[in-house]
Design a binder for this molecule. Structure first.
Ligand SMILES: *Cc1c(COP(=O)(O)O)cnc(C)c1O
Length: 431
């Protein structure tokens, strides 16, 4: 219903897109369809579903009505044609790459990424015979020359974790377009309220819905949204989408499903065989969260901006990397890429280095010391001793996770309380 009317505003779509009153009961809120399987009308119906000739529900590893609402909602908010939800953000990254890659293929990726993604791309994907080439995405010539005949995608984050960096998505999508390969943007830190990567040329958008989209730190989840704009048949680089699929009697996904090819492949092959499925309970929590996304993001950004300004003036702090500050080298990209604000994640360097950071983290009372971000509550982590621990010193530095740096995810609590908490903890750290 609502997805046919994309002229609705963001605040309306975050509540209504993909949802309709339950046809059986009239339930206004989307029910949690806690069911593994769905009864076929008759044998012909079952055959049509299995042949992908008809869209419907078979088995919840593939599709579930609660998860389907969430898929449509996120796809609508991102301006894409379809979405596939899965069990975590990291699952979403594999689900995004899986249809594109083959053994021997590579993906060109930004050095400024979530620490877990650096590990997934530099280590684990090698087991599939894939590889990642890490490049500084501010060096456009380096991005171009990293692309070779085996490159199947470019990958970056819009607002990059651990914070302070915004990717010039327009410049990067010009490069991916020229090379005839898709651009995948992880939009977790920005959310579609702050940034819509498809409007800047992204082919696919991936999310860890664990973070702001759910917004309350309850469930992990991920989503891959397809813009529907990439021509998978323009070259022979993407046979999973353009060539006959043996498991479906030689059907070609792109020829059959057009702009929905990537989404159908994600469900009919990706979820079917990789099984990284989101469960309906998780979808429910995330649907609840998304209803208030815009309101929360406004407060997240406002608190982050004011706290970054306060910290920048504090003599116990060496520097603050928040792209919303005029001192940031990425300040000019805010207006272009994420005009509603630079997000709520940033890092700051504490005078006194590693030891002072540990003391700061242990002294805070409202801020929680956790390996998470995008929660309604304020969070802090010392990346060098935790999330970025597996990285080399150079990788830590490149990712903005040096030993004297802490990362904060600013929540939506009262600003005055957050300042007071940081103030007392910084005093203890400096002592
Ligand atoms: C958390 C996160 C991920 C991984 O998501 P999970 O849900 O933890 O698997 C990927 N990218 C970014 C930017 C993240 O913040």
């Amino acid at each position: 219903m609502m997805s046919d009317t994309p002229s609705y505003g963001f605040d309306t779509l975050q509540i209504h897109a993909g949802a309709r009153p339950d046809p059986a009961t009239g339930a206004r809120q989307t029910p949690i369809y806690q069911s593994t399987a769905y009864v076929f009308r008759d044998a012909d119906h079952a055959a049509a579903l299995f042949n992908l000739q008809e869209v419907g529900f078979i088995y919840s590893r593939l599709t579930n009505p609660t998860v389907a609402v969430l898929q449509e909602r996120i796809a609508t908010l991102e301006g894409g044609v379809g979405g596939v939800c899965c069990s975590s953000g990291h699952a979403a990254q594999i689900m995004a790459l899986f249809p594109l890659m083959q053994p021997g293929c590579n993906v060109v990726v930004s050095t400024r990424l979530y620490g877990g993604t650096v590990t997934q791309f530099s280590q684990t994907i090698k087991r599939f015979g894939w590889s990642a080439t890490f490049v500084d995405f501010d060096d456009l010539d380096a991005v171009k020359s990293a692309i070779d005949g085996d490159t199947r995608a470019i990958f970056c984050e819009s607002i990059a974790n651990p914070g302070g960096y915004i990717t010039d998505l327009d410049a990067i999508s010009e490069i991916s377009d020229a090379a005839g390969i898709p651009l995948i943007v992880d939009n977790t830190s920005a959310t579609p309220f702050l940034c819509r990567p498809i409007e800047h040329g992204a082919t696919l958008v991936v999310h860890s819905t664990t973070k702001y989209l759910t917004g309350n730190g309850t469930v992990t989840g991920g989503c891959v949204v397809d813009s529907g704009k990439f021509d998978w048949s323009a070259s022979d680089k993407f046979p999973s989408l353009s060539a006959p699929e043996p498991a479906y009697h030689g059907m070609k996904f792109h020829e059959t499903f057009g702009p929905l090819a990537f989404t159908f492949h994600g469900i009919a092959v990706g979820l079917r065989d990789l099984g990284m499925t989101m469960n309906p309970q998780a979808a429910h929590y995330t649907l609840m969260g998304i209803e208030t996304l815009s309101l929360r993001m406004e407060r997240h950004v406002e608190n982050a901006m004011r706290l970054a300004e306060w910290l920048e003036k504090d003599e116990r702090v060496d520097y603050v990397t928040y792209a919303g500050l005029k001192s940031s080298p990425y300040y000019d990209r805010v207006a272009k890429i994420c005009p509603r604000g630079a997000g709520a994640l940033f890092t700051f360097a504490v005078k006194g280095g590693y030891e002072a950071c540990i003391k700061l983290v242990d002294s805070l009372e409202i801020f929680s010391h956790v390996a998470n971000l995008g929660d309604a509550r304020s969070l802090i982590i010392h990346s060098a001793s935790t999330t970025h621990r597996q990285l080399t010193a150079e990788q830590q530095e490149a990712a903005g996770a040096a030993p004297n740096v802490v990362r904060v995810s600013i929540g939506i609590e009262s600003f005055e309380d957050l300042v007071a908490d940081l103030d007392q903890a910084l005093s203890k750290a400096a002592a």
